[in-house]
Write a protein that binds this ligand. Structure first.
Ligand SMILES: Nc1nc2c(ncn2[C@@H]2O[C@H](COP(=O)(O)OP(=O)(O)O)[C@@H](O)[C@H]2O)c(=O)[nH]1
Ligand SMILES: [Mg+2]
Length: 668
């Protein structure tokens, strides 16, 4: 079964896309782009395997296009038609849209009907082919390239093929891949190999059932393949909305010269299975969804009530205050050997055990401990220069003081850290989203937030968590699906939307509290965002959450387009989404995002990132360092942290809890 067929430019723009009836789990296309197209590795003979998927592809170098078909590895035996399909579609697409490709007006192409016909034909041809039995190797184009085959003339090869067919009693015509193209050596040879397995598999299958005629077997196989593959659920151009979509009256405001965009606001409530966020759940397709459990709904409501009171602080599972009071030990004699033995695994306090006593603390006796402290902080992902600054400030507080008990020293260290971190983590700008949303309400417009960052960091997931939080605070939320590039991105948001509505008992379809606004794939994201904001205003939504495509910080064209989206839509908040677990790589991403937004903006005061959303905190134990470094380097606050895969796994980071995390023993 074909899970996905997508046509995109090598610059990363999806031109057209077809999705089969199943949901893709994970992100095979992004893996393919990164490994094969960006890094040029991992592919053999126009095919590539990632996660559970095989991807076959063709590249049209003249137009910089990539044609990729994705199917599950487990159905390899049924996929023999894909090479042929790729060849046919590549040739047809480039010919059909020659003008648009040359003029660069290549978005919103209507290709679904043509594709479905090509798919049906390729599958039927293949079904007929397998029912006739396998080709021998000598019948294939690949044989022509072998030493033996190349010694035969084309005529001789044809003759050989015909003889073999006659010997088999078949009535095989001229060319089995009739819709293939002349230069499809790879394609047909790929088909050959698949045909071999396919033929076997099919034969075994039919051999188990009651005897049926060859003609009947052929008919059944063709029908089965057709039914499996042709039921396209969505595609980029010329498609009908899949869900009972509501078309907002003001959705199509394009100039008369341009055809109105096919916009959608999907509001359908469907029962969903659980409150987990993972989009990768194969059961999470509407067709397979069970009723959401009463327990899940009750938990979601409990959490919503909590969130209405405010977002909780992160809990690192370590209470520095408790440690401060509780860990007085007898080792107050300045025994450095004991102290150093526990420095790597003990809490940060234990480092300072050796400087207890009655005399005054000097730079000399404090410095070795500060050096160890720096190592401890760096082990928690704090960037080296930030760690050095924190240590220097702790040093300043200690030098000149009279040594006291271990408890006294601990409290001095903790206070020094708290003060320095308060300085570092205090943002240039205070962000209070609820307050700002209310201010926007007063102005009769929605508050808008852009989520940007690299691929897979959790933009869409955490956007949904913020939607949950806003809904818990009685806001109405529109989600703008501006990731018009990654296949499945729009459906992912629709799934979240359905779940949110189900969990929060939002059944008023006339005035849903949360909707997704999308215009499919391949569209200009800035325009989609602009439309969403305009419609949200007229439909009285309080907040527009703008999801964007993931992009690498060094990708100039994509950074330019993000700058364009921000410049034209002037969102109230631009949130950078980064993963806590990549440590200082996230700092690099953020720095480069900021720089790119500055460089590509044509404005005097370019708009940069306003705040940071740090995700996957639950996966990094207590390595809070990257959050400190990010804020230290950019001056931008950590607005939220994502701490798991539920809608309510959203937290705030406060100085006290960061200090606790830094003091906590380093986990090995
Ligand atoms: N453990 C954990 N996983 C997360 C968190 N946020 C997102 N994820 C997962 O990260 C993966 C990628 O998320 P997604 O929102 O699709 O990333 P995007 O490409 O940036 O939009 C998904 O499997 C999410 O469930 C988090 O805070 N904790
Ligand atoms: Mg996303």
């Amino acid at each position: 079964m074909l899970d996905l067929f997508t046509i995109f430019t090598q610059g990363g723009l999806v031109l057209w896309c077809f999705q089969g009836p199943g949901f893709l789990s994970g992100d095979p296309i992004n893996g393919f782009i990164q490994d094969v197209l960006v890094e040029g590795r991992g592919a053999t003979a126009d095919s590539y395997t990632v996660q559970n998927y095989n991807i076959k592809y063709r590249i049209d170098a003249n137009n910089n296009l990539v044609f990729a078909a994705v199917y599950n590895k487990s159905v390899e035996s049924e996929s023999g038609y894909i090479d042929n399909l790729l060849n046919v579609v590549k040739k047809d697409f480039v010919t059909r849209f020659q003008d648009e490709l040359q003029q660069g007006t290549i978005t919103g192409l209507d290709y679904t009907n043509v594709f479905q016909k090509a798919l049906g034909k390729a599958q039927q041809d293949y079904a007929e082919e397998t029912s006739r039995g396998m080709r021998t190797f000598e019948e294939t184009e690949r044989f022509a390239h072998t030493a033996k085959g190349s010694n035969l003339t084309r005529k001789a090869r044809e003759q050989l093929r015909k003889e073999r067919q006659q010997a088999r009693g078949g009535s095989h015509g001229e060319d089995e891949l009739s819709s293939g193209e002349g230069d499809d050596d790879d394609g047909s040879s790929g088909g050959d190999e698949d045909t071999t397995t396919g033929g076997d598999a099919t034969k075994t299958g039919s051999g188990n059932g009651p005897a049926v005629s060859a003609e009947e077997q052929r008919r059944r196989r063709a029908l089965a393949l057709k039914n499996k593959g042709v039921r396209g659920r969505r595609s980029g151009g010329g498609k009908k909305p899949r869900s009972a979509a509501q078309q907002p009256s003001s959705s199509s405001s394009s100039s008369p010269a341009n055809p109105p965009p096919r916009s959608r606001v999907s509001t359908r409530v469907e029962p969903t299975k659980h409150t987990q966020l993972s989009y990768c759940d194969p059961d999470d397709r509407p067709e397979a969804a069970d009723a959401i459990s009463a327990d899940d709904i009750a938990e979601a409501k409990r959490q919503a009530a909590r969130m209405a009171e405010g977002v909780q602080d992160v809990d690192f599972g370590f209470d520095a205050d408790e440690e401060l009071l509780g860990q007085e030990d007898g080792d107050d004699d300045g025994n450095a050997a004991n102290a150093s033995a526990s420095t790597t695994t003990g809490s940060l306090f234990t480092l300072f055990r050796k400087i207890t006593g009655t005399s005054e603390m000097t730079k000399e006796n404090v410095q070795p401990i500060l050096d160890q402290m720096q190592q401890h902080l760096m082990a928690k992902n704090v960037a080296a220069d930030v760690a050095a600054k924190l240590c220097a400030s702790v040093g300043e507080k200690l030098v000149g003081r009279t040594k006291g008990t271990f408890t006294t020293i601990k409290s001095v260290v903790k206070q020094a850290l708290e003060e320095s971190l308060t300085q570092i983590l205090s943002p240039k700008r205070q962000i209070d989203i609820l307050r700002d949303v209310r201010a926007a309400q007063q102005e009769g417009r929605p508050f808008s937030m852009v989520f940007c960052g690299v691929n897979g960091v959790g933009k869409s997931t955490n956007l949904s968590k913020i939607a949950f939080w806003l809904l818990s605070n009685n806001m109405r939320v529109m989600i703008a699906a501006c990731d018009t590039f990654r296949s499945g991105a729009v459906e992912q948001l629709r799934t979240h939307c359905r779940k949110l509505r189900t969990m929060l008992d939002d059944t008023d379809d006339a005035h849903p509290r949360v909707v997704v606004y999308d215009r499919g794939y391949g569209r200009n994201d800035a325009e989609v965002a602009a439309d969403a904001i305009r419609i949200a205003k007229s439909e009285k939504y309080d907040v527009v959450l703008i999801d964007t495509a993931g992009r690498m910080q060094d990708n100039a064209p994509l950074m330019r387009s993000l700058t364009q989206l921000i410049r034209t839509n002037k969102p109230d908040l631009v949130l950078f989404v980064g993963e806590a677990l990549v440590g200082n790589e996230a700092v690099d991403q953020l720095t480069k995002f900021n720089r790119a937004l500055q460089d590509y903006s044509e404005e005097r005061n370019p708009r940069v990132i306003d705040g940071i959303l740090l995700t996957k905190f639950d996966t990094v134990d207590d390595k809070v360092g990257s959050s400190i470094s990010m804020t230290y380097i950019t001056g931008q606050p950590i607005v939220f942290v994502g701490t798991g895969q539920h809608y309510f796994d959203l937290r705030k980071l406060n100085v006290k809890s960061v200090v606790s995390a830094l003091l906590k023993p380093v986990q090995k």
